[in-house]
Ligand binder design. Structure first.
Ligand SMILES: [Zn+2]
Length: 570
């Protein structure tokens, strides 16, 4: 720590806004000791200075606010989220997630209470991934459990985006009978109907969510759900920039409307999911085909997202070694090397950042090999991201060598340490033991890591809470409270960096956000405690009292003490 100001605003500058606090964490190259002030001009940080020096930037029209003993830090950056899906699901479903519901009885009680709100004869619940491992009984609710809730109302529980449990009425409405034949493919994969020994459907179905006729929101409700989702899941939790993986074109237009009308305040950088939302050709011509009218510093198409493999729970992540259940082999690759090479060439020409989902080590090696071959392709775009790289690293040296040669940025999800790291060895065996989320080693080796929520269907309720993710980086506690490879823990300062500067670096926008330094966006938070000084157990109890974007207050916590307007600063 140094006493020198991190960035002194130019002499003669008159601020639009000055906010003083007992502590300002800049997350930049220098931190100040003692009370300090953020100097804001034209929506940007002009400097962060010792509080005593702030007076010289105050003119007659300058707004001056004092946060007292509280702490200011940069807004969080979440580089990988599926906000459209998560918001829609939050609006369409009844929350059945563990540990809020600890047992199958709790889940059934929740559904029973929701029966009067059934929509078109349906109640759809949202459960979290690995729901069977998280409930007291260590199994999924059955068709019979749900039939005891109702035989007249169709009930579905979506345990993530792949696995769903249906009651008898829901099976009937979906036309899933004893002799039902499943189609070959749905959007998410190969549909499966689980059956008992006598051939009767058990109620558990996989990859069938788009084939089951539960009601969905209309366009207006969907747009409202997305605006509410951003506010509840992100802005109010201090996330001021989101890297959003697109879902639908209408969803993008809904963001555009909401940003322009001031209903949506976090900044959004969109990665067009290819081919799910648009084709690669359409993505690269997005300016003509998908014009957005909002200011590009608030909403813009920034990249293209592609999937090179699937997930561990469906045993579709592409691994070098086979899954314990040999029927699944080594998982599945969804992209060929020529497809990856073409994607890099095309996106780079279009100035778009390529982000490739590659969960398994085999997928990462394939992707990196393809990228190396086109490393020098012309054009300008931020470095290619590999989503989920850094989560499971069976051979650390092999993977990091490939990442370095391909010049990629690994984008791991610390919150998955909590969500499911302890269940992974059950799928892949010793291959995974002590080889997950080696953050200490990666940081020591110079990798710029970020933290992201990857919020989707079946996420935890805390999944978009940056302080929860930060606590997980520091404590590495699993869902059932075990410590995952504690020697890989990192410090609070490092974890804060991952969720601010690190997130901005993954997006390639570290020059505009992530830290409070001159020239960066004036996106910052007022916290009720200094995260550097709390016990790690208390990290996720820190409250975000107020959120500023471009120097404007966009959220204030209801019971937080208001910022005061002081007569003098010191
Ligand atoms: Zn994702």
């Amino acid at each position: 720590m140094s006493a020198a100001p991190s960035a002194t605003a130019p002499d003669g500058l008159v601020a639009d806004l000055v906010v003083r606090a007992a502590t300002v964490l800049t997350m930049g190259s220098t931190e100040l000791e003692g009370p300090a002030a953020v100097i804001v001009r034209d929506g940007l940080v002009a400097g962060v200075v010792p509080a005593a020096e702030a007076t010289r930037y105050i003119g007659p029209a300058t707004r001056v606010l004092d946060a007292g003993e509280r702490t200011i830090m940069p807004g969080f950056v979440d580089p990988h989220a599926h906000v459209e899906v998560a918001s829609r699901v939050a609006s369409e479903t009844v929350d059945c997630r563990a540990p809020g519901r600890a047992s199958i009885d709790d889940v059934c009680d929740t559904l029973r209470e929701a029966l009067p709100d059934a929509r078109d004869g349906w109640i759809v619940g949202q459960a979290n991934l690995f729901f069977d491992q998280k409930l007291r009984e260590r199994r999924l609710p059955s068709r019979e459990d749900l039939d005891r809730v109702s035989r007249n109302t169709a009930i579905a529980i979506r345990a993530g985006g792949h696995l769903t449990v249906l009651n008898s009425k829901a099976l009937e409405l979906a036309g899933i009978t004893r002799d039902h034949e499943v189609v070959d493919h749905s959007i998410t994969g190969k549909p499966t109907v689980h059956r008992s020994d006598d051939g009767e459907p058990t109620g558990v179905v996989a990859e069938m969510d788009n084939l089951v006729p539960w009601p969905t929101l209309d366009e207006g409700e969907r747009a409202a759900a997305m605006t509410r989702g951003i506010a509840d899941l992100f802005t109010s939790r201090g996330v001021t920039t989101i890297g959003e993986i697109s879902e639908t074109v209408t969803g993008l237009h809904a963001y555009d409307d909401a940003v322009r009308s001031g209903r949506l305040n976090s900044r959004i950088l969109v990665y067009l999911w290819t081919p799910g939302t648009v084709s690669l050709d359409q993505a690269c011509a997005h300016e003509e085909l998908l014009p957005l009218e909002a200011s590009p510093d608030r909403l813009r198409v920034h990249g293209v997202k592609m999937f090179a493999d699937g997930g561990y729970s469906a045993r579709k992540a592409a691994l070098i070694e086979p899954y314990l259940d040999r029927a699944y082999g080594r998982g599945e690759l969804a992209l060929t090397q020529p497809q990856v090479a073409t994607a890099l060439r095309r996106t780079r020409e279009a100035g778009l950042q390529l982000a490739i989902h590659a969960n398994g080590d085999r997928a990462q090696l394939e992707v990196c090999e393809a990228l190396i071959a086109v490393r020098d392709a012309p054009g300008r775009a931020p470095r290619t991201r590999v989503e989920h790289a850094g989560n499971l690293m069976p051979d650390y040296h092999q993977l990091t060598s490939a990442w370095a040669a391909a010049d990629i940025i690994p984008v791991p999800q610390p919150v998955f340490i909590h969500n499911f790291s302890e269940f992974i060895p059950g799928y892949v065996g010793d291959y995974a033991t002590e080889r997950q989320f080696p953050f200490r080693r990666l940081i020591d080796d110079g990798w710029a890591l970020s933290g992201s929520s990857d919020v989707w269907v079946g996420s935890e309720s805390c999944q978009t809470e940056p302080f929860f993710s930060i606590r997980t980086c520091v404590q590495r506690r699993t869902f059932h409270g075990h410590e995952l490879s504690p020697e890989q823990a990192i410090s609070i300062a490092e974890a804060l960096w991952m969720h601010t500067v690190g997130g901005a670096t993954a997006l390639g926008v570290q020059d505009t956000r992530g830290s409070l330094e001159a020239g960066r966006y004036a996106d910052f938070l007022i916290l009720d405690a200094n995260p550097m000084h709390v016990h790690p157990d208390d990290l996720d109890r820190i409250q975000v009292d107020e959120v500023f974007v471009a120097g404007q207050s966009v959220h204030a916590r209801r019971s937080a003490p208001p910022l005061t307007t002081p007569h003098h600063l010191a």
